[in-house]
Write a protein that binds this ligand. Structure first.
Ligand code: MOS
Length: 763
């Protein structure tokens, strides 16, 4: 294929908001709360599973500044904010299913008064038997947490004949793995406010939402209003990673809108860090059983897999997480015979939901660890074993999807292996042992078969040649909107400083779906590409009249429009101005619809995702023999990203995902006891910080353009986080002989393990 040269796409542009962010200038939701706003504070359950017998409001209502109490009794519409499954009340009325469940809210003149009032609300409970292990929840005799039982969703893959496959295998390896609950720890805690109905009856709510359309619809249901009576605006957003979507966003929006309607006053809520941790969903903990059969030469033959995903008290994104998990459960390999079962299970633990990676980090940890066990059983180099089985162009995935040409996995692995062999770092300090580990992975792009995957864009050029655009996609730090800007600039041949993105407004933006699943650059990029091509056609017509040439001869570059065969040219802003004066409309919209896969939910076979991002990560880890602490001293990642729109943007996503993945690998864990979060703050919840973060070398592999992304781009927000933990675990093993099968690989697990290399003895 002929390489096309682009002037803007593929070039490194610093994000337009970078300096402002560093200087603390952006205006966040809490900065915009109207001065006459009242505040809400949520009364939350202190019990993991209980009947609510009665509320004692006397002390709360006599707290200075308190205005009133609201609960489910005041909800005019449907008292439920569940998204995929309508199982989560805005305010629990009869039963609470986890600690932190909202029961009601105190409205008060100040935030302090509201919080004090909420603390004063007495709740009388009658405790019900509670379940904290998803394995117990699967027992049909155990207490049923929701009316339809404890299994929220069960998905399967049935491909080939695993029994025959195991009979034909020379070596079979069986293992169990677990992964932990992870907290998003986005910097800005949950905040929102709402304005009472305006003269047109429209209620406005502002917050750091990932999906303004979802908030709009959820608020309308709760208030018993039409969706177009609710306007949800996204404010500047201090991080998300999945914590800003689904129920928590709906809870915040519905709460402040309900209060604004009842009291006629603007209403705000600002949560503390602790309440933030308690109230939003977490990364699903998984229990995973893997049985893998392989030929003596290393060829994978059969795999039997059971995934049990603890979604906690409510479904949230769980049903979709188990779907993504089962599709990726074997890792990026050709496995002819697969029997897999994936269960999304209710417990009385805090609820789990969307989190960057969405089921993929869990299954990649198990699948890649399995490959390392197999390599050892076969006395084979794990890299050689991977090369023998990995997905290539034309390979069939575990769901029977025959891939096209866009598979750069082998090249990613080679690039990482080469980079690791040429790394020059000083030897480990005394008392530390070093190991190297490699993992590979894949990540289905965008929403997949359950999608309805569409994204719209609005675009307009004013008389001075300034371009403004809006999609319904949120910007919460990924920088996708700057990639959108580059796509518009490339198409119109203009410079980046002419382009301005507007944050989403659910009443103005065309439907764009949620800002999740690494879909912003692909989906929004296609939407703005279509919209800007329309305006380019209009401008070509106008320029052709001026130049007296054919519209096809009109070219756009360097802020200039010219006719390719003649010397005539006109500046972009001049053409915009002339067109406006003539009454030519320079505004348009588009709706991009992604190609749809065909995936059979019964067999688990078919095309689950049209495109996959592939990648490999290598880690170098020094384990301290005194403390057991695994210090990651270098990470190398290579990713088949299709086509790079902005290298700085992609590298930012890779580095961010790897740092979050390193925390997941060696320290992050939301600890619970009987459903209570023991570390709901950033002092006791250990996050990976810049102090621990090693040099990360990112290699971007192009040359395998996706069939559907703009300019061939693939999704890059999540894929790197999927494969950090297995690479780190393998490095720890190579350093110490300790196999960590239960994340995170905290020092005590490494120290307390019996190892073949006698680590215990060294200590
Ligand atoms: Mo996400 S975890 O797809 O917001």
């Amino acid at each position: 294929m002929k390489r096309k040269d682009y002037s803007i796409v593929g070039k490194p542009f610093a994000r337009e908001d970078a300096l402002d962010k560093v200087l603390g200038k952006p205006v966040f939701t809490a900065d915009m709360i109207p001065p006459d706003a009242i505040f809400a504070a949520v009364v939350r359950s202190a019990r993991p599973h209980a009947k609510i017998l009665r509320l004692n409001l006397q002390a709360a209502l006599s707290t200075p500044g308190v205005i009133r109490f609201i609960d489910g009794g005041q909800v005019p519409g449907i008292n439920n904010i569940g998204t995929l499954v309508r199982d989560k009340p805005l305010f629990c009325q009869d039963i609470v299913r986890s600690i932190g469940d909202p029961i009601g809210a105190i409205l008060a003149e100040s935030r302090d008064a509201a919080e004090e009032g909420a603390r004063q609300v007495g709740v009388e409970y009658e405790d019900l038997p509670a379940i904290f292990s998803p394995l117990d929840a699967l027992d049909p005799k155990s207490v049923q947490i929701h009316p339809n039982g404890n299994i929220c969703r069960h998905l399967k893959i049935r491909k080939g004949d695993v029994e025959r496959g195991f009979r034909e295998s020379d070596v079979i390896v069986e293992n169990e793995y677990t992964t932990q609950m992870q907290e998003h720890a986005q910097l800005e805690p949950e905040t929102a406010f709402a304005l009472p109905p305006d003269q047109n009856g429209i209620i406005t709510t502002v917050g750091p939402w990932q999906d303004t359309f979802d908030v709009q619809d959820a608020v309308a249901l709760v208030l018993g209003k039409k969706s177009n009576e609710i306007r949800a605006l996204q404010a500047q957003t201090g991080g998300a990673f999945g914590s800003r979507c689904n129920e928590i966003a709906n809870e915040l929006g519905a709460l402040v809108c309900l209060s604004a309607c009842i009291t006629g006053k603007p209403t705000a809520i600002i949560m503390s860090r602790e309440e933030s941790v308690i109230s939003h969903s977490k990364r699903h903990p998984f229990h995973m059983k893997y049985k893998t059969g392989v030929k003596r030469d290393g060829t994978l033959v059969a795999e039997e897999i059971q995934l049990i995903c603890d979604t906690g008290s409510y479904a949230s994104a769980g049903p979709a997480v188990v779907m993504r998990a089962i599709v990726h459960c074997t890792g990026p390999y050709v496995v002819p015979n697969v029997k897999a079962d994936s269960y999304c299970v209710y417990t009385n633990n805090p609820y789990a939901g969307s989190f960057r990676g969405f089921g993929c980090p869990q299954v990649h940890f198990a699948a890649e660890s399995q490959m390392n066990y197999l390599a050892e059983a076969l006395s084979m180099d794990p890299i050689v074993l991977r090369r023998k089985n990995l997905l290539r162009p034309g390979s069939q995935t575990n769901t029977g999807h025959v891939l096209g040409k866009s598979v750069g996995l082998d090249e990613c692995l080679s690039k990482v292996v080469d980079a690791l062999s040429s790394i020059d770092i000083p030897p480990p300090e005394k008392g530390r042992v070093r190991g190297v580990g490699v993992a590979i992975g894949y990540h289905g792009n965008s929403l997949g078969p359950e999608g309805g995957d569409r994204c719209g864009a609005l675009i307009s050029i004013d008389a001075a040649g300034r371009v403004e655009y809006m999609t319904g996609l949120a910007e919460y730090g990924t920088g996708a909107r700057f990639a959108h800007g580059q796509i518009i600039a490339e198409t119109l041949g203009i410079s980046m400083n002419r382009i301005h993105a507007l944050l989403p407004d659910s009443l103005r933006a065309p439907y764009s779906g949620p800002t999740v699943a690494s879909r912003s650059t692909m989906m929004g990029g296609n939407a703005v590409l279509l919209a800007s091509q329309k305006l380019r056609n209009v401008l070509s017509q106008e320029a052709a009249i001026i130049f007296d040439c054919k519209p096809e001869e009109v070219k756009f570059s360097n802020d200039t429009i010219y006719c390719e065969n003649r010397v005539q040219s006109i500046k972009f802003e001049e053409l915009a101005s002339i067109s406006h004066k003539k009454g030519i409309c320079l505004s348009d919209s588009s709706m991009y619809e992604a190609p749809k896969g065909e995936w059979n939910e019964e067999t688990g076979l078919g095309v689950a995702y049209v495109d996959y991002t592939f990648g490999a990560i290598g880690t170098v880890v020094d384990v301290n023999l005194q403390t057991g602490y695994p210090q990651v001293v270098r990470v190398v990642g290579a990713f088949d990203c299709g086509k790079v729109i902005n290298p700085l943007g992609v590298i930012g996503q890779v580095e961010g995902a790897i740092v979050q993945g390193l925390g997941y690998s060696v320290m992050e864990e939301v600890c619970t006891k009987n459903g209570l979060i023991l570390n709901p703050n950033l002092a006791d919840y250990f996050l990976y910080t810049s102090a621990e973060t090693p040099q990360i070398d990112t290699i971007l592999v192009e040359g395998y353009p996706s069939s559907s992304g703009p300019f061939g781009a693939k999704a890059m927000g999540e894929p790197p986080i999927d494969i950090v933990a297995p690479a780190v675990a393998q490095a720890i093993y190579n350093a110490t002989g300790v196999r960590v099968k239960d994340l995170p690989a905290v020092p005590e697990k490494i120290l307390l393990s019996k190892t073949k290399s006698g680590l215990k003895h060294i200590i």
